[in-house]
Design a binder for this molecule. Structure first.
Ligand SMILES: C[S@@+](CC[C@H](N)C(=O)[O-])C[C@H]1O[C@@H](n2cnc3c(N)ncnc32)[C@H](O)[C@@H]1O
Length: 323
């Protein structure tokens, strides 16, 4: 069992606020953690299931060696590949520049997939070359059985939130992605972080700036242009616009849980493997701030903690405690 009763100020090394506390961002510099302001209520502490109340939210205890994985990386990868492949096939007509550069074996795989796709959707063959048939939200629904979107939160004064607008999300499903520019611990983010509530802190200290406005938006776009290789985009920047190409990329709008609204999703980090298909990178909503870093691209997905029904808002926990 872990000791959870001491004051928050004495535990800065082991607890992680997923979003930078305002004081840490503005007065002490970014990424330094610092003590979290707030009150603890030890009802049902670690001995009773490892949960404790923090400003009305629920804290989860994460042993360091389990690295905070709710579902295996393989499952995250399989879901992303499934969704991205469906998006790619549904948008085939705009992929011609990429397709001509792919090896013949991969090209023929997509030709077969496209025929199956059109047979399933009962479209006459002559339409195959003509148009983008489904919107990304519909592709998501057809692939995973649900769609999500940003709408006014069910919480008063909480701005926007993310809702399951159609279908059903089973427990353990990848339900969203957290888009944004990825910064290593030591990289400069001070100006981007001022007054920015969208900076997510990974367990290893990497930061993801998911703000779709202002300087954050400019930085993301600039990195996106920098990394493009001919027609191959290394990441998706449409989450910065109203025409989102990857419908999962709205996770930065998920609000924090409260006493009344328990968390139904949680964050899980995912490093994109080296062999990730080149043609699907255009759907990844993250990019490294620095181009000369050899480490894999860090993504963060949100995983359903329970079955989530149509119409429900997603809530995460902005605070995680590590062992
Ligand atoms: C990462 S943003 C989430 C998106 C935000 N709701 C919006 O529309 O921009 C975090 C901000 O959302 C608001 N927020 C999140 N959870 C909340 C809650 N449970 N109650 C009130 N406001 C909340 C706070 O303003 C917080 O700084």
């Amino acid at each position: 069992p872990h000791n959870v009763t001491q004051s928050a100020e004495k535990r800065p090394e082991k607890e992680r606020a997923r979003f930078l506390p305002r004081a840490a961002r503005t007065t002490r510099g970014v990424g330094r953690g610092g003590g979290l302001a707030g009150a603890w209520d030890s009802r049902g502490g670690a001995e009773e299931g490892g949960r404790e109340r923090w400003r009305g939210g629920t804290l989860r205890y994460v042993p360091e060696n389990c690295r905070d994985k709710i579902i295996p990386d393989e499952d995250v990868l399989a879901t992303l590949l499934k969704v991205f492949q469906a998006l790619f096939v549904s948008d085939f007509n705009r992929q011609t520049d990429i397709l001509v550069l792919l090896p013949e074996t991969i090209k023929s795989k997509y030709r077969d997939l496209l025929i199956t796709h059109h047979q399933r959707t009962e479209l006459p063959r002559c339409n195959i070359q003509q148009q983008n048939i489904y919107k990304p939200g519909e592709v998501l629904f057809n692939t995973l059985g649900f769609s999500i979107s940003r709408e006014t939160s069910s919480l008063i004064s909480a701005g926007k939130g993310v809702f399951v607008t159609k279908g059903f999300v089973p427990k353990g499903a990848v339900v969203s992605m957290y888009p944004g520019t990825v910064y290593q611990k030591h990289e400069p983010i001070f100006f981007q972080s001022i007054g920015n509530p969208f900076i997510f802190r990974c367990l290893d200290g990497m930061l993801i700036d998911g703000n779709d406005k202002g300087i954050s938006k400019v930085v993301y776009r600039s990195c996106n242009g920098r990394d493009q290789l001919g027609p191959f985009k290394m990441s998706d920047s449409t989450w910065l616009t109203s025409e989102i190409q990857n419908p999962l990329a709205v996770g930065q709008y998920v609000n924090n849980c409260s006493n009344d609204k328990e968390a139904n999703v949680c964050y899980q980090e995912f490093d994109v493997p080296e062999l990730f298909p080149l043609e699907f990178k255009q759907y990844l909503p993250n990019i490294m701030y620095s181009c000369d870093i050899q480490s894999p691209l860090r993504c963060v997905v949100l995983v359903a903690l329970r079955d989530i029904q149509q119409g429900e808002e997603l809530f995460s926990n902005y605070y995680t405690i590590i062992n």
